[in-house]
Design a protein around this ligand. Structure first.
Ligand SMILES: NC(=O)c1ccc[n+]([C@@H]2O[C@H](COP(=O)([O-])OP(=O)(O)OC[C@H]3O[C@@H](n4cnc5c(N)ncnc54)[C@H](OP(=O)(O)O)[C@@H]3O)[C@@H](O)[C@H]2O)c1
Length: 428
């Protein structure tokens, strides 16, 4: 028998319990022995006692799990950095395998955890921390293991993807759709971490660790959120042949240089990532042998997340049966430099609000010419008799160059405001 200790019994914890009940005999057959939840640690057991057949499984003392010699797998589903960091550290020290869905704690402490797991001969698995139910971690660790991963492009925040989809489809503005997403449970009451791109940045650093064996922290990953994306931008993007998605990107450049960033991006409508709508997630991977591949599925919700967690539990159980563990592939991180944003190359979309008077377009074009930047596409629309709107797509330029032209445009007397600027998806 394999005994599990569950720390946390919220959305995800309850679905782990449900799935292990519903599919328990199938799962036990797959691993060749019974798998049971021995204890569940929470802070307020009274909230949960009517949700389980045996309320005596509930405890408020996490040490009932961490110090139980018969529990071999600890599943952490409380979220946040503290006290999850302490619980995971103690579990690994006590030679227990750990499964977690916690992107923040894994992103911040992955090097420490992988080393501890290795030293103690156990595994730490975190499939559910990125992409919910999509098995992207296992795909990168095992499925694409023959490849040098050249790049990944991920829509890995369901809340922002839902908001962008609804702004466009329902022709509503950001705040209205955010409220709707909160009412439906697709966005947190405090959505800052999702909207600002921070959640995707945590996940981006985890993907970089698995794909490139690079230990990065979120403060090294430039992240920009979707707060400034408007219905106008989404409509112009469609007119120009693009969709807008919040994209987490990782690229391995020559030798030890990497590009890691999270930002809204214009993606060509014929690219598979452009067809990822609503709360769905997808990760598009470029490997040197497999070529291009994409995994897509539900990136959040108790059931898909619990599905990913149980897949980790099953994987660890195979290891226990075979007496093999500590199979983390990321123990040997490589040294690498993250390329500064200013040096990265991209095409840019710009929307400028200008005075509706003769010669404006010429003045705007001149700012680009002075920076030796070519324009790929330009649209001018009249908003009213005094105001016109110009939308531009540049050729590929260095970010620093773009900042210079953006500043020059802002200072132009015919320019009322640079309303928005968005990078274009660029493959390697
Ligand atoms: N929900 C999703 O769709 C989703 C998707 C992907 C990943 N995740 C990740 O999965 C994890 C869990 O998410 P969730 O949505 O299930 O959270 P949740 O609904 O807020 O549940 C958290 C649970 O943890 C318990 N808890 C919190 N602090 C604790 C502590 N110090 N000691 C013991 N128990 C504690 C809470 O118990 P009390 O009620 O007694 O405080 C509650 O049962 C997070 O890391 C999250 O980022 C969630």
């Amino acid at each position: 028998m394999i005994e599990i200790g569950l720390i946390g019994f919220g959305n995800v914890g309850q679905d782990i319990y449900r799935i292990l009940n519903e599919n328990g005999s199938l799962i036990s057959k797959r691993i060749g022995r019974p798998l049971i939840i021995k204890r569940i640690a929470v802070r307020s057991p009274e909230k949960y006692s009517n949700l389980i057949t045996d309320p005596s499984l509930l405890t408020t003392d996490v040490n009932d799990i961490l110090n139980d010699p018969n529990i071999s797998i600890v599943v952490e589903v409380i979220g946040g950095e503290i006290p999850a960091l302490d619980y995971i550290t103690t579990a690994l020290t006590n030679k227990k395998h750990v499964v977690t869905a916690n992107k923040e704690v894994i992103s911040k402490h992955k090097k420490h955890f992988f080393k501890m797991a290795h030293t103690n001969g156990v595994d730490i698995c975190f499939e559910a921390a990125v992409g919910g139910g999509i098995p992207i971690i296992r795909a990168l660790k095992v499925g694409f293991a023959a490849n040098k991963i050249k790049a990944f492009y991920g829509i890995i925040n369901g809340t922002t993807n839902y908001i962008l989809t609804k702004i466009k489809d329902e022709k509503k503005e950001f705040n209205t759709v955010l409220k709707q997403a909160q009412d439906l449970g697709f966005a947190e009451l405090d959505p800052t971490m999702d909207i600002s791109g921070l959640d995707a940045a945590y996940k981006c650093s985890i993907l970089a660790a698995v794909a490139f064996k690079l230990d990065s922290q979120v403060n090294e990953i430039v992240h920009k959120g979707i707060e400034s994306i408007t219905l106008k931008d989404l409509n112009y993007a469609t007119e120009l042949g693009y969709a807008i998605r919040l994209l987490a990107q990782g690229k391995q450049l020559e030798s030890n240089e990497f590009e890691l960033q999270v930002c809204p991006s214009l993606i060509p409508l014929n690219h598979p990532l452009a067809s990822v709508h609503n709360e769905f997630n997808a990760v598009y991977v470029v490997g040197d042998q497999v070529g291009e591949a994409m995994l897509m599925g539900k990136g959040a919700g108790g059931s898909p997340t619990a599905s990913a967690i149980i897949s980790d539990i099953i994987d660890i159980s195979f290891g226990i049966s075979q007496q093999t563990s500590s199979r983390n592939l990321e123990t040997n991180f490589q040294d690498g430099q993250i390329k500064p944003l200013n040096k990265t190359m991209s095409q840019y979309y710009l929307r400028i609000n200008v005075k509706n008077e003769p010669g404006v377009l010429e003045q705007v074009s001149l700012q680009f010419a002075e920076q030796s930047i070519s324009i790929e596409k330009i649209i001018q629309k009249e908003s009213n008799t005094n105001i016109a709107e110009i939308v531009i797509i540049t050729n590929t330029i260095e970010h620093q160059n773009f900042i210079e032209v953006e500043t020059a445009l802002s200072n132009l007397k015919q320019c009322n405001k640079v309303e928005s600027s968005i990078r274009l998806y660029k493959t390697l």
